[in-house]
Design a protein around this ligand. Structure first.
Ligand code: ADE
Length: 376
């Protein structure tokens, strides 16, 4: 016997309708969800982009002339905060004063004593620190100026920039705690060790300073007081850039002299356009770097010796430049002269200085020809 197993044409039709309806509803829902998703993410991206744009604009306003690279952290001037205390809170860690053990006084700053000691944070290794204190009886403005350095330093993180450990602001005395540098400032360190280093060791120190300055210029920070006295040296001869509060005040620097416009400027270290019309930039820091090179290669000699500030300004204007220190490789003096180009745009950038020094270090025979040999 044969039975027909073909489906009931009515039932088959209903099934097909069900499939079509389900597919249509599903497809439509998917389309709605997709549209909603695109709308939301698009709006989010627009919002994020707008936020990023306004942030970039805000930062660009803060460092006029500097166009920040996207993705690279840029420096925020604490003076742009309505309340500078907020900048300190944002960029510096508060340290419990019971963790600080002061050992001895190592110097005197504009605001108070500088001591060395140890920072003993529970659960962390002890470290040697330098402690800057704010002497009692200060005015609110002095407290702000003192802590300004901490809110600048706290933004940096580089092996050739002095590291801020933190601040004490909630109890007295107010303190700034930084890493301790065993060999103190570079100018006095070199003066007490005249002729004791190889040219390669001196170039190594200069390289460290160039690394620190490259970092600062990338961050959009202009130092304005780059000099060997503001470089600190650790036990392994690593040089680190310090003294950041000075970029605005310069009160503490005994080398800074008043200009006709009333500004206080360390004339011998400063580029002519910065002296003449206050045009400080990374290019004027490069000029100062050339002077630091000269200080290092001459073991802490005073730039332009006993010439008066006025004579220095006039001589530079007439085209005079410092001669090579004794025993200085020709290549290094050429780099100094390059840093001292009258036209700031003709000077190398810190990136160029750094790669030039790296090439000299990789090929030390380039350091063998000394200026004295050429002159002879
Ligand atoms: N003098 C000023 N700051 C110092 C530091 N961090 N280390 C050593 N001596 C200093």
């Amino acid at each position: 016997m044969w039975f027909s197993l073909l489906p009931d044409p009515d039932v088959a039709d209903q099934g097909q309708v069900l499939v079509v309806v389900t597919a249509s509803v599903g497809g439509f829902s998917l389309l709605v969800i997709l549209t909603l998703f695109l709308l939301i993410t698009g709006r989010c991206q627009g919002y994020i982009k707008a936020r990023m744009k306004s942030e970039e604009k805000r930062r660009a306003r803060f460092h006029s002339g500097h166009v920040p690279f996207s993705g690279i952290k840029t420096y925020v001037d604490p003076d742009t905060y309505e309340d500078p205390t907020q900048a300190v809170e944002e960029f510096a860690k508060e340290i419990d004063p019971s963790y600080i053990c002061i050992e001895r006084v190592i110097g005197a700053g504009e605001f108070g004593e500088v001591c060395c000691g140890r920072l003993r944070v529970p659960g962390r290794m002890d470290i040697a620190v330098a402690i800057k204190t704010l002497k009692g009886g200060y005015a609110e403005q002095q407290r702000r100026d003192f802590l300004r350095e901490a809110s600048i330093m706290g933004q940096f993180n580089n092996p050739n920039i002095i590291r801020l450990e933190g601040v004490v602001t909630k109890s007295r005395p107010v303190m700034i705690v930084v890493e301790y540098m065993e060999n103190g400032s570079l100018d006095s360190f070199l003066r007490t060790r005249d002729g004791q280093f190889t040219v390669l060791q001196l170039v190594g120190m200069l390289r460290g300073i160039a690394v620190g300055m490259t970092y600062l210029s990338d961050m959009g920070y202009v130092h304005r007081d780059l000099a060997a006295r503001n470089i600190l040296v650790d036990e392994s001869l690593v040089c680190k850039v310090s003294d950041f509060g000075m970029s605005r005040i310069l009160e503490d620097d005994t080398e800074a002299a008043y200009t006709a416009s009333g500004g206080k400027i360390p004339i011998r270290w400063t580029a002519p356009e910065a002296i003449a019309y206050g045009k400080f930039s990374s290019a004027s820091d490069v000029w100062s770097y050339g002077i630091v090179m000269w200080e290092v290669m001459s073991y802490g000699e005073r730039p332009y010796w006993e010439m008066s500030n006025q004579d220095v300004i006039l001589s530079i204007e007439e085209g005079y430049r410092l001669p090579a220190p004794m025993g200085c490789p020709v290549t290094l003096h050429q780099l100094m002269l390059h840093c001292w180009q009258k036209e700031s745009s003709q000077r190398p950038r810190f990136h160029d200085v750094l790669s030039f020094l790296d090439k000299l270090i990789i090929n030390p025979s380039s350091l063998l020809t000394l200026v004295n040999d050429v002159q002879r």
